[in-house]
Design a protein around this ligand. Structure first.
Ligand code: CTP
Ligand code: MG
Length: 230
């Protein structure tokens, strides 16, 4: 059995959501989004640790959630996040134990399905790096500074990256070390592994695993939870 650690970045300010409370701590049917998200991972074999990165103000709230939901044999930690998501992950990587796989999953994707997490972990175990993603449904345009279209890449080769993004421990640790040395920044974790020169495999996920980003996403999340819980 492969041992696994789960890192959950939850330290963002949620500027696009425009709410006082950061997104992971907003409630959906009586529980925080963070709690719903962590629960999706609890049936996974080999889970030994969950690390949540939050702003200092929310560290104790995150600990309370972890104490409530984690079984005794899974260790929970919360660590201070950083200015960028990448900084938050870096702080979480600093407390990693000796594990085979590191899963990184956004706090604000509470609808990820357990069977997809398992598929992604299996692929990461085989190839070193695997992420969930879905084929782009819209045509994507690359634009210049003045919003003129420069290029329309063939949609058949475009995928939207989701999380979890899962890596052999040594792969993600090396990728973060190289990114720091070279001051490389990316908007997801896989891009740091790509920069390291390693191949990353995409495992097909589902539209359900969307990232709660805008107020409309929160409305959709509420509808989905109500449908699930009746
Ligand atoms: N995140 C983080 N540390 C940061 C920025 C983001 O841990 N410095 C986390 C968020 O809390 C979220 C995940 O990374 O769980 C995905 O980020 P995103 O959806 O962009 O959230 P925010 O950055 O909070 O939102 P926005 O970009 O609208 O400000
Ligand atoms: Mg953000």
């Amino acid at each position: 059995m492969t041992t696994k650690s789960l890192i959950i970045p939850a330290a963002g300010s949620g500027s696009r959501m425009q709410k006082e409370t950061p997104k992971p701590f907003l409630e959906l049917s009586g529980a925080t989004i963070l709690e719903h998200t962590v629960r999706q991972f609890l049936s996974l074999d080999g889970l030994v640790q969950v690390v949540v990165a939050t702003s200092d103000e929310y560290l104790s709230h995150a600990n309370t959630i972890l104490d409530k939901v984690l079984p005794e044999d899974v260790k929970g930690y919360s660590v201070s996040g950083g200015d960028e998501r990448q900084d938050s992950i870096r702080n979480a990587l600093a407390v990693l134990p000796d594990v085979d796989l590191v899963m990184i999953h956004d706090a604000v994707r509470p609808f990820v399905e357990a069977k997809r997490i398992v598929e992604c972990c299996k692929e990461a175990q085989r190839s070193g790096a695997a992420i969930l993603g879905v084929p782009a449904k819209d045509t994507i345009k690359r634009v210049d500074d003045s919003q003129f279209v420069e290029e329309t890449p063939d949609r058949n080769f475009l995928w939207q990256a989701q999380t979890p993004q899962v890596f052999h421990k040594n792969v993600i640790v090396k990728a973060f070390e190289k990114a720091k040395r070279d001051r490389f920044s990316g908007t997801d974790d896989a891009s740091l592994v790509e920069y390291l020169g390693r191949k990353v495999r995409i495992v097909k996920g589902s539209q359900t695993n969307f990232k709660i980003t805008y107020p409309l996403d929160l409305d959709i999340a509420r509808m989905l939870i109500e449908k699930k819980t009746g």
